[in-house]
Ligand binder design. Sequence first.
Ligand code: DSN
Length: 415
Amino acid sequence: MGYDQVREVDEAVADALVGERERQNDTLAMIASENHASEAVMQAQSSELTNKYAEGYPGKRYYGGCEYADEVENLAIERATELFGADHVNVQPHSGSSANMGVYFATLEPGDKILSLNLEHGGHLSHGHSANFAGKLYDVEQYEVDPETGRIDYDALRETAESFDPDMVVSGYSAYPREVEWERIQAAADAADALHTADIAHITGLVAAGEHPSPVGIADFVTGSTHKTIRAGRGGIIMCDEEYASDVDSAVFPGAQGGPLMHNIAGKAVGFKEALQPEFDEYAEQVVRNAKVLGETLQDRGFSLVSGGTDTHLVLVDLRDSHPDVSGGDAEDALESVGIVLNANTVPDETRSAFNPSGIRAGTPALTTRGFDEDAMRTVGECIADVIDHLGDDDVYADAAETVQRLCEEYPLYE
Ligand code: DSN
């Protein structure tokens, strides 16, 4: 059963934890931002470091007893430096959003201007959505993808940068399947004499493995989360040149956060060590190969992909051409009922709503961690197409659910 010590105290939570483990074992995690951390990362994240306060940075803490906290944080920093080649790394942000907050607090004043990608076009809340702190504190203008190609319209971005005159340009995306041309975004930022933050939250693992070009050395700041493609356990990270190091560190602590989550930083250290192994490069390559096969399978079945394909770990399906009566929410619910868990997603020029949009986003990082290869991914793509083609058909759902169960058994996850 497991979680015996939790169970002795709290049966309800123990049941939920066991349920979640079984859910992860018995379903296909295709939410593009999710992955399965190793048991080593999870053990580090549930260690005694959860008890430790360590405000400050290694060697300069406000509390005693930090020798092991220092050791762990230094290891996380050294390994991230080796993975990404940045001058300065801060591993304390609690999440990718907190990492972005740290950069904004280090460089901007309330009312300053941010230019970032529209959420509906693949951006992220913390890049300046009106419901988020970034949209409330800063004056935000947004750029979009080209409606014809589904790719960033770099020329339009540069024109907007010249007219809007931002203090910060934000790149890096949450639902963008194509390689990002960091230099072109940097050129737009330079044209406006603006700083540039590249948020690589989704593609951190692909960048670390050389499967996607790195913005390190191009953008002024590179932010990210550590639990998505890089599989290093939950949290965030900021990388920058030495000239911004002290401003970034003070913006994270004491500016935006109190005590660092040292247990999560231990998970980052362990996960970064895993990502430095040659097998991780093979993993990242397979993630992209699997996404390409998934996309091609869906296209062969008549589905439209935003931008016509993928270079990364995800595909974004626009259901409006092939299935105009099926919303992203309908598709998400039907797929979840057979054990395929992904999310409804807005698509460029969305005609429905953010709550029930016209697309679905599907990622391959978690299934690739389970060992899925191209053949297995093709089978998953066929299942997705079958279910959406036959919404409400119990026989089709039963077949798809059986296939999902077979794949889960063939590619087991946590014992
Ligand atoms: N929630 C994440 C995603 O799904 O893209 C980003 O924070």
